[in-house]
Design a protein around this ligand. Structure first.
Ligand code: NAD
Length: 349
C-alpha cells in the first residue's frame, strides 16, 4: 500500500463527515481551519500533498513556498480553481487536480432559489407574517413565465439552469465562447453577443469561471445597456462582476434585483462566523442595506449530494497520486495564440 500524508487547509465542520466516510487508510490526513497563504504555507512541511478550497491563496509566490516544503500534489475541493497559479504549479512540478463536476444541480437550483426569493419577496413575506402582518403589501412579484432570461456561461451549471428555466416557460438567451447545440435544440436557447443579451433580458445569471478574460466582465458599460429594473444573479465568482459598478446601479433602480452567492471580497468572510467581530467592509454593508439585494455566503454548492461527491473525487485524486497513477482531473496550463486575440490562456483537463 502507498501512504500519502495530506494536509487539508480551510477544513470546515460541514465537510468532515463526508470526507471521513470515504478516506482510506492509505491517506494520512490532518485537517486545519487555516487558509493557505504565504504565512501558513510552512505548515505543510512533512506532507506530500495539500487540499485547499476556493479562498485559499495558491498564487505563484505560495506555490514556490509549497515546493520548498516538499509538496508534490494539490487537490482543490472545488470546481473553480481561479485561486491556483496553474502555470506556476506545472512549472514547479506540482500536480494540481480539482473536482470538475460534483453537482451542477446544487448550484443551478440555488441560482433559481435566489431568483424566486427575490422576485416573490420571500424574506419580507416571512418577516411580515412573523409580525402577524398578513397583508400582501410590498409582496407583488412577476411571472417567470415568458420572461427573457440571459444565461452567461452555458457549461455544466448554466446548462442545468437552462433546463430548469425552460420548465418555467422562460425565453432563454445565452452567451458563451462555445455554443451548446443540445441546449439550442432542447430548450430553444438563443446564443447571442453579450451586449445583445444584456439589452434584451429581464433576468441575467452568470455561470462563467473567473479568468483573465472574465474578470469584471459585467461592468458599468454593460449595466447601462441592461433593461431598467433588471434582475442580476451571480453564483459563479465575485470578481466576474465589477462590484462597485453594480452598487452604483442600485439607487436609481437600474438594477432592480441583485442575488449574490459570491462576492469579490468574500475571502476570510464568507464561510466564517464573523458575528462577534467588527467587519469593516463598507461595500458589503452598503449591498446589505438594500431590500432588493439578497446575499448568500457561497452556499450554492452545499447540498448533501455535492459534499459527498466532492469528498469522493478529492479522495480519488489523492489515492490516484498515492498509487503513482494520473488522475483524470489534473489541470494543465496551455497558451493558445490566435490571430484575433494576441494571446489567450486556457487551463485544460
Ligand atoms: P464549466 O467549465 O462547465 O462552464 C463554464 C462555461 O463558461 C463554459 O461553457 C465555457 O465555454 C464558458 N466560458 C469560459 N470562459 C469564457 C469567456 N471568456 N467568455 C464566454 N464564455 C466563457 O463550469 P461550471 O461547472 O458550469 O461552473 C462555472 C463556475 O461556477 C465555476 O468556474 C465556479 O467559479 C463557479 N462555481 C460556483 C459554485 C458556488 O458554490 N457558488 C460552485 C461551483 C462552481
Amino acid at each position: 500500500m502507498h501512504f500519502m500524508k495530506v494536509l487539508f487547509y480551510s477544513s470546515k465542520e460541514y465537510e468532515l463527515p463526508y470526507l471521513r466516510d470515504v478516506l482510506p487508510p492509505s491517506l494520512d490526513t490532518t485537517f486545519i481551519p487555516e487558509l493557505l497563504s504565504a504565512k501558513t504555507a510552512p505548515l505543510c512541511k512533512g506532507y506530500d500533498a495539500i487540499s485547499i478550497f476556493t479562498s485559499d491563496d495558491a498564487s505563484s509566490e505560495v506555490i514556490t513556498l509549497l515546493k520548498k516544503n516538499g509538496i508534490r500534489y494539490i487537490s482543490v475541493r472545488a470546481a473553480g480553481y481561479d485561486n491556483v497559479a496553474i502555470q506556476a504549479a506545472n512549472r514547479a512540478g506540482i500536480v494540481v487536480g480539482n473536482v470538475p463536476e460534483y453537482s451542477p444541480y446544487a448550484i443551478a437550483e440555488h441560482t433559481v432559489a435566489l431568483m424566486l426569493a427575490l422576485n416573490r419577496k420571500l424574506i419580507r413575506s416571512h418577516q411580515q407574517v412573523h409580525q402577524h402582518n398578513f397583508t400582501l403589501d410590498h409582496l407583488t412579484g412577476f411571472d417567470l413565465h415568458k420572461k427573457k432570461v440571459g444565461i452567461i456561461g452555458t457549461g455544466r451549471i448554466g446548462s442545468v439552469v437552462a433546463k430548469i428555466l425552460h420548465g418555467f416557460g422562460c425565453t432563454l438567451m445565452a452567451y458563451d465562447v462555445n455554443r451548446n447545440q443540445s441546449l439550442e435544440h432542447k430548450y430553444n436557447v438563443f446564443y447571442t453577443s453579450l451586449d445583445t443579451l444584456c439589452s434584451f433580458c429581464d433576468i441575467i445569471t452568470i455561470h462563467l469561471p473567473l479568468n483573465e478574460q472574465t474578470r469584471y466582465l459585467i461592468n458599468k458599460r454593460l449595466i447601462d445597456q441592461m433593461k431598467r429594473g433588471v434582475m442580476l444573479i451571480n453564483t459563479s465568482r465575485g470578481a466576474v462582476i465589477q462590484t462597485k459598478d453594480v452598487l452604483d446601479a442600485l439607487p436609481s433602480g437600474q438594477i432592480g434585483y441583485l442575488g449574490l452567492d459570491v462576492y469579490e471580497y468574500e475571502k476570510g468572510v464568507f464561510l466564517y462566523d464573523r458575528s462577534n467581530d467588527k467587519l469593516t467592509d463598507t461595500t458589503l454593508d452598503k449591498l446589505m442595506s438594500y431590500s432588493n439585494v439578497m446575499i448568500t455566503p457561497h452556499q450554492a454548492f452545499a447540498t448533501e449530494e455535492a459534499l459527498s461527491n466532492i469528498a469522493g473525487t478529492t479522495v480519488y485524486n489523492l489515492t490516484s497520486w498515492a498509487a503513482g497513477r494520473i488522475s483524470e482531473n489534473e489541470l494543465t496550463y496551455i497558451e493558445i495564440h490566435s490571430p484575433s486575440e494576441s494571446s489567450v490562456t486556457r487551463v485544460t483537463q
